[in-house]
Design a protein around this ligand. Structure first.
Ligand code: F6R
Length: 241
């Protein structure tokens, strides 16, 4: 794992956006893996700027998102579909048919999960995946548990994740309790991964991810076994290393 510590969150976003732009220059129809939450926002802002400057052209890029809540509609302001539209997709020239986000409204969720992984595989796999990390070490919605889930699957959110995500809703009661998430196996198939973590609330999880033993109780620790992971931290998130 390569680890970079930056002073500013905006610098992290710019640095990661350059990696995405380079990937697109190298392979214009590359497959990118997207995340939601606060961590990727500076990257999405910087990617928007690179698009506006004519440096990043998304016209052939294909994209898969890590996860989506079950139980709220795509039009809900906190759905991950809306998040991606509002924070990135509506601002760049990616084609709607090249965007895939797990369809949590599918009648057959099990089938949706299987076809999601099959669709990723059919592209040849994700070239560059961006990840955030939960305070409990989750990646995607793969919560701490006794094993590493392989494929895309439905998950029950833990209390700590529900509490952490309450900041986006009017009350804790409104936070969905379940979601669809790419599995650890699906994430580990990405050819290259960038991970962003900022703030002291991530410091423990970052330490376990990088320096702890590989353990499904810290799902992000599996990244130690991936050959091409770069971790971008601010000083607070790096403070326990
Ligand atoms: C989001 C996701 C989550 C977040 C994590 C950190 O698609 O998969 O794993 O990356 O919960 O969230 P933030 O960035 O809001 O601290």
């Amino acid at each position: 794992m390569k680890v970079h510590v930056f002073k500013e969150e905006t610098a992290i976003g710019k640095a990661i956006s350059l990696l995405f732009a380079a990937k697109i220059l190298e392979k214009p129809d590359c497959v990118i893996g997207m995340a939601t939450g606060s961590s990727p926002l500076p990257t999405y802002q910087a990617l928007t700027e690179l698009y506006e400057q004519g440096i990043a052209d998304f016209s052939d890029v294909r994209s898969f998102n890590l996860d989506e809540y079950i139980g709220i509609d795509r039009s809900h302001p906190q759905s991950y579909y809306r998040f991606m539209q509002d924070n990135l997709f509506s601002k760049i020239n990616i084609k709607p048919e090249n965007i895939r986000i797990p369809n949590a409204a599918a009648e057959d969720l099990e089938q949706e999960c299987l076809s999601y992984d099959a669709a990723i595989d059919a592209t040849g796999g994700i070239d560059l995946q961006i990840l955030g990390i939960g305070g409990n070490g989750h990646i995607g919605f793969n919560e701490p548990c006794d094993h590493f889930p392989a494929g895309t699957h439905s998950v029950a959110l833990t209390e700590s994740t529900i509490k952490a995500n309450t900041r986006f809703f009017e009350s804790e009661d409104e936070v969905p309790r379940t979601a669809i998430s790419m599995g650890i196996g699906s994430i580990m198939k990405a050819k290259e991964i960038v991970m962003v973590a900022t703030g002291t609330s991530k410091a423990e999880a970052v330490k376990s991810m990088i320096q702890g033993k590989v353990d499904p109780m810290c799902p992000a620790s599996i990244l130690q076994f991936h050959p091409a992971v770069t971790v971008f931290l601010d000083e607070a998130a790096a403070s326990l290393l």
